[in-house]
Design a binder for this molecule. Structure first.
Ligand code: SAM
Length: 382
């Protein structure tokens, strides 16, 4: 369903744009620990080839350009990765052993290989040719950190360092994680739209891995009450780890948000963030098009909207966001919410996306004309 969906929305040309990274990548700064000038100084030392700037409208976000496309020539030996790994490479990542599916030949440590992502995975360890893999997409060249044999006999470790990417952007793997949070532009806008204040009581319903939770706690200066929920043990552990690294005061709990009302008794919040689980179709770069079921996801999101509304104080604020582009999960769900729940749409103080029709007031981000596909609605409990 998803490839046809994109073809209908953006055409073949749009699909080709989706295969490229956005023009810049973004890092949010822990402004409780360092100011923006200090943050730029740290990054300029680490990445001297990049012109780093504060985002025009988001004052705690830094933009780092993605350079390219470069005209790079493939070498004879090649390795194949799946599309997910290909997307990570386009975002500046190196390649770890589990990501390598197959190769054209043997190679030793320190040899140079070309890297292709393929649309139909092959068994790990396969030796094949470029002609025999599905839709090979050339990503650049890299230096092997392991021999072919070592790569396929382990499940961890750095396998290939990208030395010449078609697109080049710094790898954030070694950045101090307590000072910088890699976060895409619309995600870094969401907490500003919620506009949390020190002393308020705030619920983050679907919080892992914690990009927005840590942001909200920074804007609250760790004062007041911030409860962050997620459903699964693994996701809660990831959230807890990021909250601890960021030294955020957020109170992390493993709770199914659709049952939050019972779990919190009659407790009501000043503000709620509902960054809903969604079909995730807004990602860019995008090389893979998996099957999705938009109707069941949209229905699930309505359930969260209902609970969120019930847990808000009168006059309280709900921000609803998704990283997807379907009308069902975005405009239609919000249209349903303002008709069926005690909620009204209100203005968003910072606009970066387009005002979305027919609702007005909400903002949508297209993965083609913006950095990725995203949706934000701000609502008030009547
Ligand atoms: C879009 S992600 C949230 C991203 C997060 N807000 C951030 O900025 O880092 C959606 C999250 O919803 C969680 N989720 C899905 N169903 C849930 C439920 N019933 N209750 C709580 N969390 C749920 C998923 O585990 C996932 O972590």
């Amino acid at each position: 369903m998803s490839k046809e969906y994109f073809l209908a929305l953006y055409g073949e040309e749009g699909i080709n744009v989706l295969k490229t990274p956005p023009p810049y990548t973004t890092l949010r700064v822990n402004t409780l620990k360092i100011d923006m000038n200090e943050a730029i100084r740290i990054l300029e030392l680490l990445f001297p080839r990049y012109d780093i700037k504060v985002h025009e409208k988001i004052n705690d976000l830094l933009c780092i350009p993605v350079n390219g496309p470069f005209n790079i020539q493939p070498v004879e030996k090649a390795i194949f990765v799946d599309n997910r790994c290909g997307e990570a490479i386009l975002r500046g990542s190196h390649i770890y052993a589990p990501g390598v599916l197959g190769t054209t030949s043997d190679f030793q440590k320190n040899e140079i290989v070309s890297i292709y992502s393929i649309s139909v995975p092959i068994n790990r360890g396969t030796k094949t040719t470029i002609e025999n893999v599905a839709e090979p997409f050339y990503l650049g060249n890299g230096v092997c950190q392991m021999s072919r044999r070592e790569i396929f006999s382990t499940n961890k470790g750095l396998a290939i360092i990208i030395t010449e990417g078609i697109y080049q952007t710094p790898s954030f793997e070694n950045l101090p994680k307590n000072l910088f949070f890699p976060q895409n532009e619309p995600s870094a806008l969401v907490a500003h739209i919620l506009d949390p204040k020190p002393g308020e009581s705030i619920l983050d319903m679907c919080a892992s891995p914690g990009g927005k939770t840590t942001h909200i706690s920074t804007l609250m200066q760790n004062q007041g009450e911030l409860i962050a929920l997620d459903k699964s043990k693994k996701r809660v552990e990831e959230l807890k780890s990021n909250v601890d690294i960021w030294e955020s005061f957020a109170d992390v709990r493993k709770i199914d948000a659709t049952k939050a009302k019972q779990r919190f008794g009659g407790k009501k919040f000043d503000k709620i963030l509902l960054d809903a689980p969604c079909s995730g179709l807004g990602q860019r770069p995008k090389l893979s098009f998996q099957e999705i079921n938009v109707d069941s996801t949209a229905l699930y999101q309505k359930k969260f909207l209902e609970i969120a509304c019930e847990m808000l104080k009168p006059g309280g604020i709900l921000v609803y966001s998704t990283c997807t582009v379907t009308q069902e999960e975005n405009q239609q769900n919000i249209g349903w919410a303002i008709e069926n729940l005690e909620l009204e749409l209100i203005n968003q103080e910072i606009m970066i996306g387009d005002a979305s029709e027919p609702l007005g007031l909400t903002q949508v981000f297209s993965p083609i004309s913006h950095s990725m596909g995203f949706f934000i609605a701000k609502l008030r409990r009547k």
